[in-house]
Design a protein around this ligand. Structure first.
Ligand SMILES: C[S@@+](CC[C@H](N)C(=O)[O-])C[C@H]1O[C@@H](n2cnc3c(N)ncnc32)[C@H](O)[C@@H]1O
Length: 266
């Protein structure tokens, strides 16, 4: 849930860097909300400021105009595809992918392939990178009802011309996610599969353990339970939540000195 006090007092919490550089005016002029830091290491902000903050934390000083350009590009890109709904999460992910130019993006939970289509479009615009989607096909009618898609429907929305950068792995994320993250140096991981506390916590920690420092761990449905916030807090990470879509969160993978020396991390 939005930390109201932090958000309401956001002006006092704006990072000195943004204040100094005058970048805040750029975001405000664009009708955006600046960000505020909650007590739990989570930054709440609008799509522009969350994107900007993540990039800055990754030492990618980015001109807000560049971010604005990619947010616009995403809207234009998907205007004709009305059936693919896009929201602020899509805009943020699109801008991040366009600027970070990842080699490997991994998502759990593909369903019809809505999110895969957006991600692949950004990779295609970059002219590099691949998306690996993991989905557990429903094997019974009741399971299909619960999951929403059956085996033949998984990824059906993904346009033919974007499939060359796409690998669909059908199987349980509990088995496939550790294998895929161990075999690939993924830059971005996105959770959108089974939204139980246990499963979400499993995927976040698997991603953290097998991805390098600076990798992005992204999650849908963070309001269903406390797994995302607990994960960020327990590992002392910096988390980001979109004020326009508080069900969607980003965390930056970082390790402390002891973990770097003693953990078997990349
Ligand atoms: C919310 S949908 C994904 C929606 C998709 N990301 C999008 O935005 O278009 C969740 C998907 O997770 C899959 N799923 C559920 N449990 C899973 C598991 N243990 N491993 C892999 N996929 C799973 C379901 O089959 C379903 O297609």
């Amino acid at each position: 849930m939005l930390q109201k006090t932090a958000f309401q007092n956001f002006t006092g919490l704006i990072s000195p860097h943004i204040k100094r550089s005058g970048l805040i005016n750029t975001f405000l002029k664009a009708g955006n909300v600046v960000s505020g830091l909650s007590s739990k290491g989570i930054i709440y902000g609008d799509v522009g400021s969350v994107t900007f903050n993540i990039l800055r934390r990754l030492n990618k000083e980015t001109d807000p105009k560049e971010i604005a350009h990619y947010l616009k590009e995403c809207k234009v890109l998907f205007k004709p595809a009305q059936r693919l709904e896009y929201g602020d999460r899509t805009l943020a992910l699109h801008a991040l992918i366009r600027i970070l130019k990842p080699n490997v993006v991994v998502e759990t939970g593909c369903a019809w392939g809505g999110s895969a289509s957006f991600l692949l479009a950004a990779l295609e615009k970059n002219g590099r990178g691949e998306l690996i989607s993991i989905d557990l096909p429903a094997s019974t009618v009741s399971q299909a009802k619960f999951m929403g898609v059956n085996k033949d429907q998984i990824g059906a929305l993904v346009p033919e011309e974007l499939r060359k950068r796409w690998k669909l792995v059908t199987g349980d994320a509990r088995i496939e996610l550790p294998r895929i993250l161990a075999e690939n140096d993924a830059d971005i991981f996105i959770h959108d599969s089974l939204h139980t506390t246990t499963h979400q916590a499993f995927e976040y920690i698997t991603a953290r353990s097998l991805m390098r420092e600076g990798a992005l761990i992204v999650s849908d449905d963070i309001r269903w339970n406390g797994a995302f916030r607990s994960f960020v807090q327990l590992h002392n990470l910096r988390g980001y939540i979109l004020v326009e879509d508080k069900n969607f969160g980003f965390a930056l993978n970082t390790f402390d000195g002891y973990e770097k020396e003693n953990g078997l991390y990349r």
